[in-house]
Design a protein around this ligand. Structure first.
Ligand code: NAD
Length: 334
C-alpha cells in the first residue's frame, strides 16, 4: 500500500499524491458512519492505529459503545450520536479538513431509507468539503445470481418487491447515487461490494448464519439450517475485509470491487466447522427456507487482486476460533 498525501496546494483537497520515503504524513481526518458497528469498529481501530483522526457518526441502531470504548479518552477520536437519515453539518469556515468518508451503515428494517438518505447526506457533505467517499455496498446487489462466481460486471438478479429488497435495492440505489455524484459533481468515490464477513463484535442475533450457528453452539442449542443446507456462501474474516477497504481507499480506482473470501461452503459444511470448533456434540435442526434466499454466492476477486493487490489471508477454520471468546463473553452476559 503506498502512503498517500493530500496536496494542500489544490483548493479542493482532492488530489492525492504518493508520499516519498521518509516524509512525515500529516494525520488525516476520517469520518466513519456506522463506526460503532461490527465492521466499522474494526476499521476505526485500524485507522487510529496508523495515526489518523477519526470521527464516528452512529445512532446505535445495531452498533454498541462497547465496540469503541477502548478509544474513549483518545484525543484523536470523536463519537457523535446522530441518525444519518438527517443531514449533519461537520464543516466550518475554519475546519474543512475532513479527508475521507467511510460509509458503513447497516441493513435491517429501515434499510432502504438509511441507505438512500444516509448515502445522499454523506455524499452532499463529501461534495461540500472535497473529501473522498467510500461506500460499503454488498454482494446482495447481485441478488439470486444467475452467474457464478460473481464478477463486478454482473448486473444482478434482484426481486424489487421481495422481502429482502429494501436492503438489496437500497444498496443498488446507494451505488447509483455514489456514481451520480462522482460523474455529475466530481466527488472522488470508492465502492466496495462486501461478501459475508464474520469476526468478533458481530451482532449476535441479526440472523446472519455464522453468528447464528456460533451463538447456538455456545448456548447448547441445535444449529438451525434453513432449507436443505446445500445453499453456499463464502465467509471472510473481518481483518481481511478491513485490509481490503484500506487498500481500496488509498487506491486510484473507483470500483466497484468485490471484497470477499472465495472459499465456498454449504450451510451444512459451515455447521460442521462450527461443531468442530465449539461443540462436536451440537445437533442440526432443519427449518423451512426463507423467501428469496440466494442459492449460491461466491466472489470473483480477480479485479481486487490485480488492481488493489489484495486478497484474503485467513481461512474459515483459522478465523472462526478468533470470534469464539468474544461471543462466549457476550452470550454469558445475556
Ligand atoms: P452493523 O449493523 O454491525 O453496523 C452498522 C452500524 O451502522 C451500526 O453501528 C448502526 O448502529 C449504524 N447505523 C445504522 N443506521 C444508522 C443511521 N441511520 N445513522 C447512523 N448510524 C446508523 O453491520 P456491519 O456488519 O458492520 O456492516 C457494515 C456495513 O458493511 C454495512 O453497510 C453493510 O451493509 C456492509 N456489509 C456487511 C456485510 C457483513 O457480512 N458484515 C456484508 C455485506 C455488506
Amino acid at each position: 500500500n503506498p502512503l498517500l498525501l493530500l496536496n494542500h496546494n489544490s483548493h479542493n483537497h482532492r488530489h492525492l499524491l504518493p508520499v516519498p520515503a521518509g516524509v512525515r504524513v500529516p494525520p488525516r481526518r476520517v469520518v466513519v458512519t456506522g463506526g460503532a458497528g461490527f465492521v466499522g469498529s474494526h476499521l476505526v481501530d485500524k485507522l487510529l492505529s496508523r495515526g489518523d483522526d477519526v470521527i464516528v457518526i452512529d445512532n446505535f441502531f445495531t452498533g454498541r459503545k462497547e465496540n469503541l470504548v477502548h478509544h474513549f479518552g483518545n484525543p484523536r477520536f470523536e463519537l457523535i450520536r446522530h441518525d444519518v437519515v438527517e443531514p449533519i453539518l461537520l464543516e466550518s469556515k475554519e475546519r474543512n479538513d475532513i479527508h475521507y468518508f467511510m460509509s458503513l451503515r447497516s441493513k435491517l428494517n429501515h434499510g432502504y431509507k438509511t441507505n438512500v438518505m444516509g448515502t445522499l447526506n454523506m455524499l452532499g457533505l463529501a461534495k461540500r468539503i472535497g473529501a473522498r467517499f467510500l461506500l460499503t455496498s454488498t454482494s446482495e446487489v447481485y441478488g439470486d445470481p444467475l452467474e457464478h462466481p460473481q464478477k463486478e460486471t454482473y448486473w444482478g438478479n434482484v426481486n424489487p418487491i421481495g422481502v429482502r429488497s429494501c436492503y438489496d435495492e437500497g444498496k443498488r440505489t446507494a451505488e447509483t447515487l455514489t456514481m451520480d455524484y462522482h460523474r455529475g459533481a466530481d466527488v472522488e468515490v470508492r465502492i466496495a461490494r462486501i461478501f459475508n464477513t464474520y469476526g468478533p463484535r458481530m451482532c449476535i442475533d441479526d440472523g446472519r448464519v455464522v453468528s447464528n450457528f456460533v451463538a447456538q453452539a455456545i448456548r447448547k442449542q441445535p444449529l438451525t439450517v434453513y432449507g436443505d443446507g446445500k445453499q453456499t456462501r463464502s465467509f471472510q474474516y473481518v481483518a481481511d475485509l478491513v485490509d481490503g477497504l484500506m487498500a481500496l481507499m488509498e487506491s486510484e480506482h473507483v470500483g466497484p470491487f468485490n471484497l470477499g473470501n472465495p472459499g465456498e461452503f454449504t450451510m451444512l459444511e459451515l455447521a460442521e466447522v462450527v461443531k468442530d470448533t465449539i461443540d462436536p456434540s451440537a445437533t442440526i435442526e432443519f427449518k423451512e427456507n426463507t423467501a428469496d434466499d440466494p442459492h449460491m454466492r461466491k466472489p470473483d476477486i480477480t479485479k481486487a487482486k490485480e488492481l488493489l493487490h489484495w486478497e484474503p489471508k485467513i481461512s474459515l477454520r483459522e478465523g472462526l476460533p478468533l470470534m469464539v471468546s468474544d461471543f462466549q463473553k457476550r452470550v454469558l452476559e445475556e
